[in-house]
Design a protein. Structure first.
Length: 251
């Protein structure tokens, strides 16, 4: 199986604060990767580095490489808009727009003029079906997305992302605001989505990381302490710090 993303000696600074310290990670294609570790360890910063969201923060400096299909995304000639179409993000809290359900999903297509009216309707339906929402929402497409419960809004944001056909989906604690049943539904969807997409999640939920991910990285104070198959991380960690974290002795 090919490598989709390779991170080589990635360092990131917020002014003088060294947030990521020579991070290395190889993401296999069509896998779910979980990033775990205590709050403030650099998980979300690393996630945002993979589609250059950190570029929007004043004082950020980055060195090292993030290769997507072998090409460094920090190359000065790279089109960031095209990068963020290929590598999309789902945030901790749903960021639904004050528009109808239909227009939320169609938003990226309209902005980028990626499809005509008929094609947009087809893509909206396909995206909602893939996100597991079509049966619940097909008769409510004109309703404001803000009226939906959080669980449906989070899946709607995923459908909006799917509409523009990304290759990689980044999820920053996508279940942190959801109850256990809604969390289970999101996890089932992630497992289904990995047949077509590459997924990288940040999670504080050890059980979630163990359930859904193929590879797992444990981070601490900006270091990637250990990155390996999830089964190895949870049953035979190589580093005592990883062992302490997953057994609850630390963090």
């Amino acid at each position: 199986m090919a490598d989709k993303i390779e991170i080589r000696n990635l360092n990131l600074f917020y002014d003088k604060f060294h947030a990521l310290k020579s991070v290395n990670m190889v993401v296999r294609d069509k896998n779910i990767i979980a990033l775990i570790g205590p709050s403030g360890c650099g998980k979300s910063t690393l996630l945002r580095s993979i589609n250059r969201m950190n570029d929007l923060i004043d004082g950020v400096r980055i060195n090292g490489e993030v290769l997507l299909d072998g090409r460094d995304i920090y190359n000065s000639g790279l089109d960031i808009y095209k990068l963020r179409k290929r590598v999309g993000m789902v945030f901790q809290r749903p960021n639904s727009f004050a528009k109808s359900i239909f227009e939320n999903v169609a938003f990226g297509l309209r902005v980028a003029r990626l499809a005509n009216k008929k094609k947009i309707s087809e893509i909206v339906e396909t995206s909602l079906r893939t996100a597991g929402l079509w049966d619940d929402l097909k008769d409510k497409l004109g309703t404001s997305a803000l009226e939906l419960p959080l669980y449906h809004q989070q899946r709607l944001c995923i459908a909006r992302l799917l509409a523009v056909e990304p290759e990689v989906i980044l999820m920053d604690e996508p279940c942190s605001t959801l109850d256990p049943i809604a969390t289970m539904k999101i996890e089932e969807m992630m497992i289904e989505l990995k047949k077509k997409f590459n997924i990288i999640i940040v999670t504080h939920n050890m059980q979630q990381a163990a359930r859904v991910s193929d590879q797992c990285g444990y981070m601490l104070l900006g270091d990637m302490v250990e990155f390996n198959k999830t089964s190895e991380i949870f049953t035979n960690p190589r580093d005592k710090r990883t062992q302490d974290y997953i057994t609850g002795r630390f963090g």
